[in-house]
Design a protein around this ligand. Structure first.
Ligand code: MN
Length: 405
């Protein structure tokens, strides 16, 4: 049973005390030191100030990023979450805590943690199949390794930006199959990838893989991510080493890190796997980490797709086990993304290249406009909710970005 907050909050708010996602903010009118905030409804609790106000100051909550809290480990995450819940539900704390609340509209949100390494996976069977059909027509759409291991690549952590940051159209080498030679210029096939991202808190030791069962010891929380992709640059450069400049110009992250703890009610079994996984990836006897997130993609304010995260073939726990299977260590702030989330239906695909079938069938809007790929000025927004306790929903902060030419 979820405790009730003393705040005046709609009973069905997706940002009630059952959620309590973490972010980092400054006051919009007088930017100064960055502070850790916890979202409650449409307000932000200055967590460090609240801790001092109730007489239990916390270095972890007084930091300018979430990294110290993320590094502290799961038992601390639980203690801090329990304390925050108490401050926001026990009316005795109200006089001390209420002055530490700001309106969401009055704060600027920043990247909430220092991103260490960034990895992007490819875990939707529907997405991988669609891309295989589009890019390698006439061949088997899934590569022979696809159902044996979660395919991924290392991305560029230094260009991960907070939601709302404008995205400059990238320039690069482009060469369509029919072109005699590549040209250099702005991408003409700029796309999105709607993804779910997992934030590593607890580090691991080099040489020691992280077992499937230890996922929740290491993963602090979950965000939404837009993996902007220049399909023309990507298509020419990706063979044989994978994505590079077609991806690394910008990756946008939602501002609120939803604690893994808040997603207990969203856990579900992943789809049945038709290939038996090797033991280190075998989650059939474990409580698996499928997550029932309902995602929505809007282009210039109109919903264009509703990808269901429940359909992902590989779970985040399997991805973490695979990421460390060779002994590679985890660092606090490592971020790994699910891969484009695409469901089985055409209107549940998570990228324009699939939604428009490589531009052949542009999206048509009521005002007569069409889109095959993104134009300058276009704004993309990805949002999501997940099941919470007692029929409530757990809200994710939106990840938005506007294309600048
Ligand atoms: Mn991606």
């Amino acid at each position: 049973m979820t405790a009730t907050t003393w705040l005046d909050l709609p009973a069905d708010s997706p940002f009630g005390v059952h959620n309590l996602p973490y972010g980092v903010f400054t006051a919009a009118d007088r930017p100064g030191r960055r502070r850790i905030g916890v979202r409650i409804g449409d307000r932000v609790l200055d967590a460090g100030a609240a801790a001092r106000a109730v007489g239990s100051p916390s270095e972890l909550l007084d930091a300018e990023t979430l990294n110290p809290l993320m590094a502290a480990g799961r038992s601390t995450w639980r203690e801090v979450r329990a304390a925050l819940t108490e401050w926001l539900t026990d009316a005795a704390h109200r006089p001390a805590v209420e002055p530490c609340l700001l309106d969401l509209a009055d704060v600027s949100l920043h990247l909430p943690f220092e991103v260490a390494d960034y990895v992007d996976f490819y875990a939707s069977e529907h997405h991988a199949t669609n891309l295989g059909k589009i890019l390698r027509p006439g061949q088997e759409p899934l590569t022979p390794n696809w159902k044996h291991l979660p395919i991924g690549y290392h991305g560029r952590s230094g260009t991960i930006v907070i939601s709302g940051t404008p995205v400059t159209r990238p320039h690069g080498q482009r060469k369509a199959p029919a072109d005699p030679a590549p040209t250099f210029g702005p991408s003409r096939r700029l796309d999105i990838e709607a993804e779910v991202a997992f934030v590593v808190g607890t580090p691991s030791t080099m040489g020691t893989p992280v077992a499937l069962a230890d996922f929740a010891e290491h993963v602090f929380g979950v965000c939404l991510l837009n993996d902007w992709s220049a399909r023309d640059i990507q298509g020419w450069e990706y063979v044989p080493l994978g994505p590079f400049l077609g991806k690394s110009f910008a990756t946008s992250l939602s501002p609120w890190v939803v604690p893994l703890e808040a997603l207990q009610h969203a856990r579900i079994a992943p789809p049945t796997r038709d290939v038996e996984p090797l033991p280190y990836l075998d989650d059939r006897d474990a409580e698996p980490w499928g997550l029932d997130l309902a995602i929505e993609i809007a282009l210039n304010g109109r919903t264009v797709s509703r990808p269901p995260f429940a359909t992902m073939y590989w779970t985040a726990a399997q991805q973490l086990a695979h990421l460390t299977a060779n002994g590679a260590s985890l660092r606090t702030g490592d971020l790994y993304a699910s891969g484009t989330v695409s469901g089985p239906e055409p209107d549940t695909r998570g990228a324009l290249i699939e939604l428009t079938w490589n531009g052949e069938h542009p999206l048509k809007f009521p005002d007569g406009t069409e889109r095959a790929f993104l134009e300058d000025g276009d704004e993309v927004s990805i949002s999501a909710t997940a099941p919470g306790p007692g029929g409530l929903r757990v809200g994710f902060g939106e990840v938005t970005g506007q294309i600048v030419g």
